[in-house]
Write a protein that binds this ligand. Structure first.
Ligand code: NZQ
Ligand code: ZN
Length: 385
């Protein structure tokens, strides 16, 4: 096991009908900026519940944060924070709203050019104070509710950013607030959480038994409840399990002390940026193809995965690994997600553009072994056709 630091200060408030407890967690004299997306929180009543819980506090609204949050939109919120002396940010929404709020929290306290906070330029360490934030998570998927990272869309690309200053002070995880999600967003959530787990698991062995067994537990739980929570959105226990799996898939616990990959995410981000495909749907395309191309490098863990998660024991090692990859593809498809670029109408001639975009974004040495270069990325996109 590798050396690691593990730090996670986010207070989780889990369970139904607890939003009134916001009152205890936000300072009574706070001036709150309430951030949300395109309107689902108003439509399904979450907004009203939050406003009620905030009581006498002064609240300013900032709606309209789009999926794959756009830098220009977020900069408008930064202006509000600065000009209206906002002291607390409350994100009510999915990963896009939570990520956007993290960026706003940093950018409002940064003297330089705010786009320099995005990874690649990495000036986040220059920010010494951030506006405190909390979340009410309405979409179980990204883990943003309990991590210190975010992904921001800027000038046609998707950029990661993060700082320990933007761990949410608290996150409300009420499974009932997610009942209103369209089916496709539930499927997206299952697959995003599944692939987050895989990015920290399907690498090479580090003899990290706790991390491995915990990751396998998350994967098996998602397989067990994935279809159930899709077909029965108001089955509380199934949804509660999805919510807690998604949070734990990316709160730092299973990735500590082990190699991490994240190449599936980086290739997926280019598919979102270029074709507007939802984040998790890009992962469903890239993950099986990446494994097929990188099978030899990942063999030991793919064998362990196929045996322990899917219970495949018959056949040679190669056959077991292939069967595990096939099972994974079937699982994504059973949730209604496509796993091929061609199914989205993307033609082979677009692969050059995708590879070029990866190069422009500095994604030339990816994976747990840093040898996934542009040629390998090209092979993965080809395999994903
Ligand atoms: O905008 P509204 O009207 O709220 O509708 C949203 C949006 O259209 C809707 N929605 C959310 N909660 C709902 C609901 N509809 C009905 N009922 C509810 N309870 O769902 C749509 C998608 O929302 P979005 O926040 O974009 O989805 P998700 O949570 O999947 O977040 C995706 C973003 O997170 C980033 C992705 O790159 C993408 O930008 N990621 C963030 C990560 C992190 N912070 O650690 C890691 C992930 O790998 C991911 O990259
Ligand atoms: Zn993801």
């Amino acid at each position: 096991m590798n050396n690691f630091d593990f730090y996670n200060p986010t207070h989780i408030v889990f369970g139904k009908d607890r939003l009134q407890e916001l009152d205890k967690l936000i300072p009574s004299d706070a001036k709150v900026l309430l951030l949300f997306g395109g309107g689902s929180v108003k439509k399904y009543g979450t907004y009203d519940k939050v406003i009620k819980a905030l009581g006498e506090r002064e609240v300013v609204d900032f709606g309209g944060i789009e999926p794959n949050p756009q830098y220009d939109t977020l900069m408008k919120a930064v202006e509000v924070v600065k000009t209206q002396d906002i002291t607390f940010l409350l994100a009510v929404g999915g990963g896009s709203v939570m990520d956007g709020t993290k960026f706003i929290s940093l950018a409002a306290n940064f003297d330089g050019t705010p786009s320099d906070l995005l990874v690649g330029k990495a000036k986040t360490s220059e920010v010494k104070v951030a506006t405190p934030l909390g979340t009410v998570c309405t979409l179980p998927a990204t883990g943003s509710e309990m991590n210190a990272g975010g992904v921001i869309s800027f000038e046609g690309g998707k950029y990661g950013m993060g700082s320990p200053l933007v761990y949410p002070k608290f996150s409300f995880l009420d499974p009932t607030l997610t009942y209103s999600l369209p089916k496709v967003q539930v499927a997206n959530g299952v697959v995003d959480a599944f692939v987050h787990t895989l990015e920290q698991y399907s690498t090479f062995p580090a003899d990290a038994k706790f991390q491995d067994r915990t990751a396998e537990g998350i994967l098996q739980s998602l397989i067990e409840i994935g279809k159930t929570t899709l077909d029965n959105p108001t089955d509380y226990d199934a949804r509660a399990n999805l919510v807690w799996c998604a949070t734990n898939a990316l709160n730092g616990l299973i990735g500590a002390g082990v190699p991490n990959d994240w190449a599936t995410h980086m290739l997926g981000h280019e598919l979102t940026a270029m074709f507007g495909i939802d984040h998790a749907q890009t992962l469903a395309i890239v993950q099986p193809a990446l494994w097929t191309v990188r099978k030899e490098k990942k063999k030991a863990k793919l064998l362990q995965y196929s045996q322990r998660v899917w219970g495949i024991t018959e056949g040679s090692d190669d056959e077991i690994v292939d069967a595990g990859i096939a099972k994974t593809r079937e699982f994504f498809e059973s949730l209604g997600l496509k796993t091929r670029m061609s199914e989205y109408g993307i033609t082979e001639d677009k692969i050059d553009d995708l590879v070029k975009a990866l190069g422009n974004h500095g994604m030339t040495a990816l994976s747990e072994t840093r040898d996934l270069d542009l040629d390998v990325s090209r092979a993965i996109f080809q395999e994903a056709m």
